[in-house]
Write a protein that binds this ligand. Sequence first.
Ligand code: PMP
Length: 286
Amino acid sequence: MRTVYVNGEYLLENEAKVSIFDRGFLMADGVYEVTSVLDGKLIDFAGHAKRLERSLNALDMPHPAVLPDLLGVHRELVRLNAVEEGMIYLQITRGAPDDRDFVFPDPETTMPTVVLFTQNKPDLANSPAAKKGIKVISIKDQRWARRDIKTVQLLFPSMGKMMAKAAGVDDAWMVEDGAVTEGTSNNAYIVKDNTIITRHLGSEILHGITRAAVLRFAKEAQMKVEERCFTIAEAQAADEAFITSASTFVMPVVEIDGEAIGVGEPGAVVTRLREIYLEESRKAAV
Ligand code: PMP
């Protein structure tokens, strides 16, 4: 049984409790981060901590007292649960006032709720899916407009995954005004004539921590990068396609809406990017 963290305490998962009045539960009034663990160490922790603070500020959410010590809490959970490879999920909500109300509770009396737990995934880096690539469908993006804030409002992405599952594929790319925004839980890319193309940052997508690292490594390796919109038709005509996220790293996409991308197998650019990302991230892990 896992040991989890709730509001300053390390507890067994079946002893951890949160109020029914918690605004995360009642209103999805919460933010989260997922950080990967490789070799028992945290990948890109500083990036996740920085984005968490940005999400809190964007929602006017009080900073919990534990914020400066989050690295310590992450490390302690990795130790207590002997995680070699996997993820740490962190969620902060606006807390639990003593009743339901649309108005934000007084931050002097209602403290944020902080929850962390670990997920063991022994095949995270050596993923079978990364060797053969994943298939996606396109769906209409029906999320709210502030996708740059990493909130726990994941109902539409969850429905998107179910649409993909019903279509017999692995994931969905969301489309708005004719252009791909992102995957249900990842950023989306195509490669054409050795140029990596991914949507520019804005409130339409989450500013992926893996995205930032991968684009940095790509530029360092002298690869060309274009941050702009692209369509599903352009993606289907691309040489390669892929996604990035903290839990999939760099993952090839080999089919979009039934059309094979390139030869229908992971290509050279995505394979190289995955190698570089894993190598560099392991070196920088804390
Ligand atoms: N976009 C969305 C909608 C996501 O949910 C995620 C993963 N949380 C990402 C992109 C990838 O972000 P990151 O690389 O920081 O995991």
